[in-house]
Design a protein around this ligand. Structure first.
Ligand code: ANZ
Ligand code: ZN
Length: 833
C-alpha cells in the first residue's frame, strides 16, 4: 500500500488534488470486486459500455458521473459492488474511419480505447480495471461464435432468402430496428428492400415471453421504455379468415383484428410486392400486367413507415380478380397496394372502409363502395357521420348493423360470436400476430464477428466446431473495405477457402459478419470473468452476480439493445446456463447534455469539450454539476449550469476539513446538538434519496450541511467542537459519491484513508425527531397566520395548507386569488384579485 501523500492544506487547488490522488488510486485499485475472501453481499451496477469513436465527450461524462454515484453508494453501504467497463469496439464507425483515412480499424480502435481509458481514470470512475473487455478482441468474439453455434443447434439461428432492409449508402443490410423513420440509423439514407440470403436469430420464438416479462419490470424500468418495447413487439389478436378466390384452387387467408366487421368488407387488398400479388396479376390483361409491374418496382423502393402512414395518398392496381366473402357470398374485387405489407399477417387483407381509415382513403381514391356495419360513437360519445361523406372512418365501439346474425350485438360480443361461427364452418380461426420480426444479424461489412459457418456442397451449412473457434477475422491489410454489396471478407480468398469440418472436402467460409448488437447482448455476463477461456461465462459466477441490479444508460437503447439482451438471456436460460429471466432488474435512463437548447455538434458550433471543462473547473466540479443539474432523466443544458459554482462549493466544503481541530475518534455526543441533528438527518435522507435517483437533492442537502457546519465553526465552540468533525466526515463521505478527489483529500486531512471504502456511519435515530419550522402566511403582504411545517415540505403541499388555513380564508373572503407565491418552507404570500 502506498503512503498517504501529504498536502498543502492552505487552499483548495483541484489540480494539485487530482495529481495527488490519481496515482494513489491507480496503485490501490479500491474497486476491485472479485477478491475471493470478500464476503460482503453483492451488487451489480452496470453502465452501458461506450463505442470507442474518439475521446470521451460530455454525454459520457454525464452517464458515468451518474452511474458512479450509484456504484459508489452501494460500496459505502457495505456491498461488494461489481462495476465494470469495456468497449463495444466492433462496428461501422471504425470501419468508415479506416476507409476514410486508410488506417487499420484494429489500430484505430485500440488507440481510441487507450485514450478513453486514460480519460475515465482521470474522471475517477469507480470501475474494476481488472475486468475490462473489448468486443473486437478474438478472446471476446470467440464466444459470440460459440453462442451462435449453440443457437444454430437449437434452430434459433437460421438462414433464409427474403426481402431485407438495404442501406444503399452503407451497402449493407439492416435489422428492422436499425431503420428509423424509414432511414438508415447510421447515415440517414432512405432504406430500400433487397432480396438476399441472410442469417437470423429467431427472436419471435420468445415474442410472448418478451412481452409478458415486461410486466415484471414495471416500476423498476422507465414506463416509457416498457411502452416502447411493448409497441415494438406489437402483439395483436383477431382472426384468420379464408376467402375463396374465383379461378384459384386455394383460398386466400387474411388476418383481421376486426372479424366483427366482415359484413362491411367491400374489397380485398394484397401487398403489391408479395408473391401472391404477382401470381394473381398473371390472370390480368396485358395493360394491367404492365401497370402492375411498374407499380411493384416503385413499391420496392418504399419504406415500411411511409407505406403504413394514414395521411398518405393511396395508390394501387386492380388485379381483375375476385374473392368471395365467406359470411355472405359477396364478390369482392382484389387490388394490389403498398399500404398492405407483404410480411405482416398473411400479406392480404379484407378492406372495411367504413371502419378502417386506410381502407376508407383507398375506397375514396378508387371509388369503391363503403358500407357501415357498426353503429358507433367516438371516444367523446359523439356519433360518426357517414364515412363515405366525411372521410372519417368510424373506428369506435358500438352495435352491429347490416350484419345478419350479428345485428344488435356489441363489438366484443360480435368478435367472439363470428370467430366461433367461422371456426365451426372451417373458414376461420382466432389468431395472434406480432409486429416483431426475427433479428437479421448478417452484415456485409468487415469490422465484426465472422459468422462461424462453413458452406459445403455435400454437407450444407456446417458450424465450425468449438475447438476451432475463434474464426479470426483475416487481416484488413490488402482488403478493400469499401461497401460494395458483398462482404469485404469474400476477397480474402485464403481465408474463405477452407475444408469442411464434417466431410473434409473443399468448402467456403461464410463471409458475413454479425451485427454488433450481438456483442452487446451478453457482455454483462462476460464481465463476470473476462479472461475465461473454457466458456463465455461461468454458470456459478452468473448465479452469484447476475442479473444486473442497476443498469444505467441512454434511452436511445430503449428498443434494440435491451430487447436483444432480453432475448439472449432467455435463450441462454433455456440452454441451462442462467437461472433468471430478465438481464437487468432496474434501469435508469439519463438525459442528454445539450448546449444552448440543442444537441451538441461540431457543425452547430455548440460543442463543449469535456477535456477543456475538466482543465478549467476540475473533474469534481464537472461531475458534481452533472449530478446537481436536475433529475437524471432530464436533459442538461450546459449553458444553464455552473461548474464554476460547483467548484466554489467544493472549496467551501474542503475548508471544513482543513479547519477541523478535534482528533479522529472523538466522541461527538457532547458537541453542538443542532448541528448533529442536521448531520444525521442528511446522512439518513441522502441514502434514500440516492436510491430514488434524486442525486440533485443529495447535493443540495450536502450544501446545507456544509453551511450549517461553517456557522458552528465561526461561532460557538468553533472548530474544536466534535460535532464539527462529525459533520465534516459525513460531508466527505457524501461528497465522495460526486466529487471523489475533494472527498479523498478531506478524508485524509481528517486523518483517514480511502473514503470510497468508508461505509456510511450509523445514523443516530434519536437525532432524527422531526423538527418543524414556522411558515408565515401572508395575504396581500399582511401576516394572517402561522403554520408549523416539516422543513422538507413541498411547495404544492405548503400552498394547499396555507390556502386552507383559517387566517388566510378569512382574509381572502370572496375575493378571487390572483397568484400564490410559495417560498417553502418559510413563507406563503397570497395575492388576491
Ligand atoms: C379488417 C379491419 C376492419 C381491420 C377494421 C381493422 C379495422 P394490427 O392491430 O397492427 O395487428 N392488416 C392485416 N394485415 C396487414 C398487412 N399485412 N399490412 C397492412 N395491414 C394489415 O392490425 C391488424 C389490422 O391491420 C387488420 O385488421 C387489417 O385490417 C390490417 F375496422 O381487418 B383489419
Ligand atoms: Zn462437407
Amino acid at each position: 500500500m502506498t503512503e498517504t501523500p501529504t498536502h498543502d492544506a492552505a487552499r483548495y487547488d483541484f489540480h494539485a488534488i487530482e495529481e495527488r490522488w490519481l496515482p494513489v488510486w491507480e496503485e490501490r485499485q479500491p474497486f476491485r470486486s472479485g477478491r475471493p475472501d470478500d464476503d460482503r453481499p453483492t451488487k451489480y451496477v452496470l453502465d452501458m459500455f461506450p463505442y470507442p469513436s474518439g475521446d470521451l465527450h460530455m454525454g459520457h461524462a454525464e452517464a458515468y458521473a451518474l452511474g458512479d454515484v450509484i456504484a459508489r453508494h452501494w460500496v459505502q453501504k457495505g456491498f461488494n459492488v461489481l462495476h465494470p467497463i469495456g468497449w463495444d469496439s466492433f462496428g461501422l464507425p471504425a470501419e468508415n474511419a479506416a476507409i476514410k483515412r486508410g488506417v487499420d480499424p484494429a489500430g484505430w480502435t485500440e488507440d481510441n480505447i487507450a485514450q478513453q481509458v486514460s480519460s475515465m481514470k482521470r474522471y475517477a470512475c469507480s470501475f474494476d480495471w481488472d475486468r475490462v473487455l473489448m468486443t473486437h478482441r478474438p478472446d471476446y468474439y470467440r464466444w459470440n461464435q460459440w453462442i451462435f453455434t449453440r443457437m444454430f443447434e437449437r434452430g434459433l439461428a437460421y438462414r433464409k432468402h427474403s426481402n431485407v432492409n438495404w442501406c444503399p449508402k452503407d451497402q449493407t443490410v439492416l435489422a428492422n430496428e436499425q431503420v428509423v423513420g424509414g432511414l438508415c440509423e447510421r447515415c440517414d439514407t432512405p432504406v430500400t428492400k433487397k432480396k438476399l440470403n441472410q442469417w437470423y436469430f429467431k427472436v419471435t420464438e420468445y415474442a410472448d415471453e418478451l412481452l409478458d416479462g415486461l410486466e415484471t419490470l414495471r416500476g423498476s424500468w422507465p414506463d416509457k421504455v416498457i411502452a416502447m418495447q411493448r409497441n415494438w413487439i406489437g402483439r395483436s389478436s383477431g382472426a384468420d379468415v379464408a376467402f375463396e378466390i374465383e379461378g384459384r384452387d386455394e383460398p386466400i387467408t387474411i388476418y383481421t383484428t376486426r372479424p366483427d366487421t366482415l359484413h362491411g368488407a367491400t374489397f380485398m387488398v394484397v401487398a403489391a410486392d408479395s408473391d401472391l400479388a404477382a401470381e394473381l396479376a398473371e390472370g390480368a390483361d396485358e395493360a394491367t400486367q404492365a401497370e402492375f409491374a411498374t407499380y411493384v418496382e416503385k413499391v420496392k423502393g418504399e419504406n415500411e413507415i411511409d407505406r403504413l402512414a394514414t395521411d398518405r395518398e393511396k395508390t394501387g392496381v386492380f388485379l381483375q380478380r375476385y374473392g368471395i366473402n365467406p359470411v355472405n357470398g359477396e364478390r369482392l374485387p382484389i387490388w394490389a397496394s403498398d399500404y398492405v405489407l407483404a410480411d405482416y399477417g398473411h400479406g392480404a387483407i379484407m378492406a372495411v372502409p367504413a371502419h378502417d381509415q386506410r381502407d376508407l382513403d383507398f375506397a375514396r381514391a378508387m371509388d369503391l363502395p363503403v358500407r357501415v356495419v357498426l353503429d358507433c360513437t367516438d371516444e367523446n360519445g359523439q356519433a360518426y357521420g357517414d364515412p363515405a361523406e366525411t372521410g372519417i372512418a368510424a373506428a369506435g365501439d358500438g352495435t352491429l348493423v347490416n350484419s345478419g346474425s350479428l345485428n344488435g350485438m356489441a363489438k366484443a360480443e360480435a368478435i367472439a360470436a363470428i370467430t366461433e361461427e367461422l371456426s365451426a364452418a372451417g373458414t376461420g380461426d382466432a389468431a395472434t400476430n406480432y409486429r416483431l420480426r426475427d433479428w437479421l444479424i448478417s452484415r456485409q461489412r468487415y469490422w465484426g464477428t465472422p459468422i462461424p459457418i462453413v458452406h459445403c456442397e455435400a454437407c450444407g451449412e456446417v458450424p465450425v466446431p468449438d475447438d476451432q473457434l475463434p474464426v479470426q477475422l483475416p487481416a484488413a491489410e490488402g482488403l478493400d473495405l469499401k461497401p460494395k454489396g458483398q462482404s469485404p471478407l469474400a476477397a480474402a480468398t485464403d481465408w474463405v477457402n477452407t475444408t469442411c469440418p464434417s466431410c473434409g472436402g473443399a468448402a467456403l467460409r461464410d463471409t458475413d459478419t454479425m451485427d454488433t448488437f450481438v456483442d452487446s447482448s451478453w457482455y454483462f455476463l462476460r464481465y463476470l470473468d473476462p479472461a475465461k477461456s473454457d466458456g463465455p461465462f461461468d454458470v456459478l459466477d452468473a448465479k452469484r452476480w447476475a442479473p444486473v441490479d442497476q443498469y444505467v444508460g441512454g434511452v436511445t437503447h430503449a428498443i434494440l439493445h435491451l430487447l436483444y439482451s432480453r432475448f439472449f438471456t432467455k435463450a441462454l436460460r433455456d440452454m441451462g446456463m442462467l437461472d433468471f429471466d430478465e438481464p437487468f432488474s432496474a434501469l435508469l435512463n439519463q438525459g442528454m447534455v445539450q448546449m444552448d437548447g440543442s444537441a451538441m455538434s461540431k457543425s452547430r458550433g455548440n460543442l463543449v469539450r469535456l477535456s477543456e471543462q475538466l482543465d478549467e473547473f476540475g473533474v469534481d466540479a464537472v461531475r458534481l454539476t452533472m449530478a446537481f443539474a436536475g433529475p437524471p432523466e432530464d436533459d442538461i443544458d450546459w449553458a444553464d449550469v455552473s461548474p464554476a459554482g460547483s467548484a466554489k462549493f467544493l472549496a467551501r466544503a474542503w475548508r471544513l476539513a482543513r479547519d477541523v481541530e478535534s482528533e479522529p475518534g472523538v466522541d461527538p455526543s457532547t458537541g453542538d446538538q443542532a448541528l448533529r441533528a442536521i448531520t444525521h438527518r442528511t446522512l439518513h435522507d441522502s441514502q434514500e434519496l440516492v436510491e430514488g435517483f434524486k442525486f440533485n437533492v443529495v447535493v443540495a442537502r450536502t450544501m446545507e450541511l456544509v453551511n450549517a457546519t461553517r456557522k458552528v465553526i465561526d461561532s460557538g465552540a468553533g472548530a474544536s467542537d466534535p460535532a464539527v468533525r462529525e459533520a465534516a466526515e459525513v460531508v466527505s463521505i457524501l461528497l465522495s459519491l460526486f466529487a471523489p478527489y475533494a472527498a479523498e483529500d478531506m478524508w485524509a486531512m481528517l486523518g483517514h484513508e480511502d473514503v470510497a471504502l468508508a461505509t456510511y456511519p450509523a445514523v443516530d435515530e434519536s437525532l432524527l425527531v422531526e423538527e418543524t419550522v414556522t411558515c408565515i402566511v401572508q395575504v396581500k403582504g399582511k401576516v394572517r397566520g402561522r403554520l408549523e411545517v416539516p422543513p422538507g415540505i413541498s411547495e404544492d403541499e405548503l400552498r394547499e395548507l396555507a390556502l386552507a388555513s383559517d387566517g388566510a380564508k378569512r382574509a381572502i373572503g370572496d375575493a378571487g386569488i390572483r397568484t400564490v407565491i410559495v417560498r417553502a418552507p418559510k413563507l406563503v404570500n397570497i395575492v388576491t384579485a
